[in-house]
Design a protein around this ligand. Structure first.
Ligand code: UDX
Length: 431
């Protein structure tokens, strides 16, 4: 099929490339000419495993352009995968979605289905359809369908090609059949439902996962107080299939482009409709507190960080991505700097993005060893393999004062026992 995709971020680009992989002719539309030029050369503007390989393999079915008129004119299906960032009141900013909707209305010359992949508040699909209808330049029929995206960064390609489920929310049989046709080669269960339910599935899923993380983090905090071990507790819980083993990893809280934004957006939507979504609100609150957990622990060792050298291992919100959005490093590092600490940071791929924000207010280290040299305190914010596989002795050998505060529970009980032998002070979350 002839498909256009608006937006070449994590959602848009991965969707476009995976659709091409299944034989569709795809044109990716963006406003950033520099990014498009990169993609034409087969380079991905985002770090995502396997993506560049697929871009190369499907180069004959993929084009990249700023020329939305030509891209949308004869497209049978147009996916919208632009960002819906958080506004200052917590609600979703739909400005980019509406910009694309307007461009579609002015460009399409054939009947088509517009598919909203971006995460949008319940009811947005109805409003976008209405908006496009009211702005159409040509006499064509445009239907809007909801098809939320569930990919995780770092495994986006796999999550798209072998999705846990494909949710198709439509209001007409015609739109439903077209979407079923788009996805007929995909290896995933397909569920067809109403548009508003489809929109809600996305928020309800993300918020449930965020809630699960905040719940396990609170249990971890309590484990610390009462002398239990969260790893053992989570394992014991996970054997119950109703609970499941996944997303029970305690730490310094969730970050990323989805959970923080989607919890706040649903909470906002509820209160806008005079309903208080108490569970989701609690998840948000717990997460905000959790992000400061290591700093609180650090204060037990140093009254002030003035003049202390602090090593930060891991800057991104999780391993496998260069994305820093809502990462715990973003609130902790400025607090350390503010208090006069000398901050040395290490991250295998997030450094460059961090540099854009923090310029030279921190020292960027090329190796973990370099970052640990003469340090008074080490904080682990991301569970990169290099950190997990580090020889424990390195902390003792290189640091001034071997205090390691691990926000991602990187080390096993054997490693922790070794640290104790080596007189390394080690604390993690909930154990
Ligand atoms: C998430 C959802 O998983 C995905 O389905 C949705 O489409 C977008 O949001 P992503 O943000 O890429 O994906 O990452 P994810 O792996 O879910 O992790 C999000 C955050 O939760 C990370 O900061 C991670 O460290 C944290 N997390 C995850 C935990 O603290 N504990 C866990 O058990 C799992």
């Amino acid at each position: 099929m002839k498909i256009a995709v608006a937006g070449t971020g994590y959602v848009g680009l991965v969707t476009g490339v995976c659709l091409a992989e299944h034989g569709h002719q795809v044109v990716c539309v963006d406003i950033d000419e520099k990014k498009l030029e990169m993609m034409r050369l087969g380079k991905s503007p985002i770090y995502e495993e396997g993506l560049e390989e697929l871009m190369t393999q499907n180069a004959s079915r993929l084009t990249y352009t700023t020329d939305y008129v030509n891209a949308y004119r004869n497209a049978q299906v147009i996916f919208i995968g632009v960002g819906t960032p958080e506004k200052s009141d917590g609600s979703a900013n739909l400005q980019y979605v509406y910009q694309v909707a307007e461009q579609i209305a002015l460009s399409v010359e054939n009947n088509c289905v517009v598919v909203i992949k971006s995460t949008v508040p319940i009811g947005t699909n109805d409003k976008v359809e209405e908006y496009i209808k009211n702005h159409l330049k040509h006499d064509v029929v445009v239907e809007v369908a909801s098809n939320p995206e569930f990919l995780s960064q770092g495994t986006a390609v796999r999550d798209t090609l072998h999705a846990s489920r494909i949710i198709i929310g439509t209001e007409t049989e015609r739109a439903k059949q077209i979407l079923l046709d788009v996805y007929k080669e995909f290896d995933a269960p397909i569920l067809t439902l109403g548009r508003r339910s489809a929109e809600m599935v996305k928020y309800a899923s993300n918020d449930f996962l965020a809630l699960k993380i905040s719940y396990i983090n609170e249990i971890a905090n309590l484990c610390e107080i009462v002398g239990a071990n969260i790893d053992e507790v989570a394992e014991g819980m996970g054997y119950d299939e109703r609970i499941g083993k996944k997303f029970l990893k305690a730490g310094i809280g969730y970050g990323g482009s989805c959970f923080p934004k989607d919890t706040k957006a649903l909470s906002w939507l509820a209160s806008f409709n005079d309903y208080e979504l108490k569970t989701v609100k609690a998840a948000i609150e717990v997460n905000e507190q959790q992000k400061l957990k290591l700093l609180k622990k650090a204060r037990r060792y140093y009254e002030s960080f003035r003049g202390k050298t602090v090593t930060v291992l891991g800057l991104t919100f999780k391993p496998g991505t260069d994305d820093l959005r809502e990462a715990p490093s973003l609130i902790n590092v400025p607090l350390l700097i503010e208090e006069g600490a000398v901050v040395k940071v290490w991250d295998p791929i997030g450094k460059e993005n961090f540099r854009k924000l923090f310029k030279d207010s921190v020292e960027y280290c090329v190796s973990i060893e370099d970052a640990l040299k003469s340090s008074d305190l080490c904080m682990i914010f991301t569970e990169w393999d290099d950190v997990k596989n580090l020889n424990i002795e390195t902390y003792k050998k290189l640091m001034n004062n071997a205090i390691v505060l691990d926000g991602r529970n990187c080390y096993t009980s054997e490693s922790i026992a070794k640290m104790r032998e080596q007189k390394i002070t080690y604390e993690s979350i909930g154990r």
